[in-house]
Design a protein around this ligand. Structure first.
Ligand code: URA
Length: 237
């Protein structure tokens, strides 16, 4: 991908400093473009072909980043928060400063969260019209029954305002604490928990396993992340 942009924006986007800091670096002659010192912050750079260096260090431009995070419990699905740690705080190796989570998981939910700065991909994954499958594993207090499978498959009335779309419920183990897999195509606030509440049960542990074609890499421990591969990205698009 190629794009023309101002030198100061190029450097600020790549985390070399704030816009005013990088303007100062440029003025002081610390920045070279194609081996020549450039002191004009307005200079137009063609990303992907011009070579930009700060203090002799090559700074290549990255338009988009994609990370797969195994979100741990206790961390907020937000970009910043004054008090609590956010999922963006966990991504320590990114170049871009404009990353955000694709959708939200509750603070106590674990599992797959895509972190990116690609707004178009985010829109296509979250658009209600696209019916992207989201697969969850849950531990549920109470005996989950065949009747629940039936109710979920028909589209469950959750409360006065919310009729859930048909969802595929699979029981892994049945007992006072049941284990289930649920595939839904919506992403309403507390959706999985509210669906089980509607049938008189309580979700006590929730983990997202996949979103569309993207599956959680089970080698990632809670809190760990890795880049999404080219192959995974191509499938997701
Ligand atoms: N449904 C929920 O109830 N919580 C989540 O975090 C995700 C889906």
């Amino acid at each position: 991908m190629k794009e023309l942009m101002r030198l100061d924006k190029y450097l600020a986007d790549m985390g070399a400093g704030t816009r005013s800091e990088v303007k100062l670096f440029i003025k002081k002659g610390r920045v070279q473009v194609n081996n020549e010192v450039v002191t004009d912050a307005n200079r137009k750079i063609e990303t992907g072909s011009d070579i930009v260096c700060l203090d002799g260090r090559d700074i290549s431009y990255v338009h988009y980043e994609y990370f797969m995070l195994n979100k741990p419990a206790g961390v907020l699905s937000a970009t910043e928060d004054k008090r609590a740690e956010t999922v963006i705080d966990l991504i320590t190796t990114s170049k871009r400063k404009d990353l955000f989570p694709v959708g939200r998981l509750d603070k106590d939910t674990e599992g797959l969260l895509l972190i990116t700065n690609d707004g178009a991909l985010t829109h296509s994954l979250l658009s209600p019209k696209k019916h992207v499958d989201k697969k969850y594993y849950a531990k549920v207090e109470g005996v989950v029954t065949e009747e629940d499978i039936e109710l979920f498959s028909k589209g469950l009335q959750v409360d006065d305002e919310f009729l859930a779309m048909p969802a595929k419920l699979t029981i892994l183990s049945q007992g006072e604490l049941s284990e289930i897999i649920l595939i839904i195509q919506e992403g309403k606030f507390h959706q999985v928990k509210r669906m089980f509440e509607a049938v008189g049960k309580t979700v006590v542990y929730l983990k997202r396993l996949s979103m569309g074609s993207l599956q959680l890499d089970e080698s990632l421990q809670p809190g760990e992340y890795r880049e999404v591969t080219e192959e995974e990205l191509a499938l997701l698009r």
